[in-house]
Write a protein that binds this ligand. Structure first.
Ligand SMILES: *Cc1c(COP(=O)(O)O)cnc(C)c1O
Length: 400
């Protein structure tokens, strides 16, 4: 079958909830993906930062195969021999006492919301069902009905009510706006240290630190959604660490499995995560031995290959080089580590046509929020590969 035949099948038999580039990927290795016609592309999306370790990393692949031969699913009704080791290694790596594994990112966000609410009732004595969580405009935290209830993107939200109450929205980057929304019912502030889906939006310097101080002052939890920014993507293990902020809860997903399998988790210290009692929360697949073995290997690769440091170094270089491109279409180039956004001027005609042109040159990038091209290659990329890509990016940014 050829590309067009695969696309025709997908369009006929699948729901149209995505608008993918017309490339049909058959295999991948490291930073490269190959389509069904054998054409090779540099992956500059990394599955929204799920493959920070590079595609089909041999060490993670091996861990997956070895574990799959032994036992894949026990349910949490019984214990398994991988989950305790995952817990311990994850705690040692992150400095949090405990974690709670789930599958998708959205499920981990839901977990954090439930925990924050319970904390508000048990610890702050907020009246039952009155707990509030403050979130930011332009957020992306997933697609469940509760999460889209506090999205500010009409496309994600408008046709899917009724909505879950209990959320208040502050403009992103505005500390005073958050403070104005805090009441005695406020359980938590939930935010992304950098808004990835929102268009690689980096808040003003000091914002995160000031929000953290606000949380301490008012006895409110700070929850960082690091599903996209965490695990090395921005040049540190967590993006919050750029401002020396240690949130009360950190939510991770995506690269926690190096792209092999859905694994997400909430990290927190024992007084908080210890609040969940048996039966209050769970997941059939959450914490299964296959997921735990894959996550252990994925974390090991991040440590051993120093992927955060790599991201910092190569991200700085890539950002510098992109910033030097002169183009009539570019409004701003911004980023941290290897999470980079090139924002185009409104009159550039949208980022998508630039992504299509990049695809023709063997570079896969995806537009986010109409006018931003995101460059977020796997963190195992090297300087030579960035240098290979730059002339093509320069050409595309200068097209008519
Ligand atoms: C991708 C993402 C999510 C949702 O993760 P899923 O695995 O798609 O449910 C939540 N928050 C952020 C910041 C993300 O980038």
């Amino acid at each position: 079958m050829n590309t067009q035949e695969y696309i025709a099948l997908e369009e006929q038999f699948g729901a149209h909830n995505y608008h993918p580039l017309d490339v049909v990927i058959e295999r991948a290795e490291g930073v490269w993906v190959y389509d069904v016609d054998g054409k090779k592309y540099l992956d500059c999306l990394s599955a929204y930062s799920a493959v920070n370790q590079g595609h089909v990393h041999p060490e993670i692949l091996n861990a997956m195969i070895e574990q799959a031969k032994k036992v894949t699913l026990t349910s949490r009704a019984f214990r398994n021999d991988q989950l305790p080791l995952f817990y311990k290694e994850f705690s040692e790596m992150t400095g949090y006492d405990m974690s709670l594994p789930m599958n998708s990112g959205a499920e981990a966000v839901e977990t954090a919301i439930k925990l924050a609410r319970k904390w508000a009732y048990r610890y702050k004595n907020v009246a039952r069902h009155q707990a509030e969580i403050i979130v930011c405009a332009g957020n992306f935290h997933g697609r469940t009905t509760t999460i889209i209830s506090f999205s500010t993107e009409p496309l994600y939200r408008d046709d899917f009510g009724p909505y879950t109450p209990g959320f208040l929205v502050a403009p992103y980057g505005d500390v005073e706006a958050i403070e104005r929304l805090i009441t005695s019912n406020t359980a938590a502030i939930l935010l992304e240290p950098i808004q990835g889906e929102g268009g690689v939006i980096i808040p003003p310097a000091g914002y995160l630190k000031q929000v953290a101080d606000l949380c301490k002052k008012h006895t409110v939890l700070l929850i960082a959604d690091e599903i996209q920014t965490g695990l090395g993507r921005t040049g540190k293990l967590f993006a919050s660490q750029h401002e020396d902020v240690r949130p009360d809860m950190v939510i991770v997903g995506k690269a926690l499995s190096g792209g092999f399998y859905p694994v997400s988790a909430v990290l927190a210290d024992a007084p908080l995560l210890g609040l969940f009692q048996p039966g209050e929360h769970g997941s059939t697949f959450g914490g299964n031995p296959l997921a735990a073995a894959i996550a252990r290997a994925s974390l090991r690769v991040i440590r051993e290959e120093k992927l955060a440091e790599r991201s910092n170094e190569l991200g700085t270089y890539f950002l510098e080089q992109l910033s030097e491109i002169s183009s009539p279409h570019v409004k701003e180039v911004r980023g941290r580590g290897l999470l980079i956004g090139v924002e185009l001027k409104p009159e550039a005609g949208g980022a998508r046509r630039f992504c299509v042109a990049l695809q023709e040159k063997g570079i896969l990038a995806k537009e986010t929020h109409d006018n931003v091209i995101r460059f977020a290659p796997p963190l195992v990329i090297d300087k030579d590969t960035i240098d290979w890509a730059l002339p093509s990016i320069r050409d595309v940014l200068n097209m008519k």
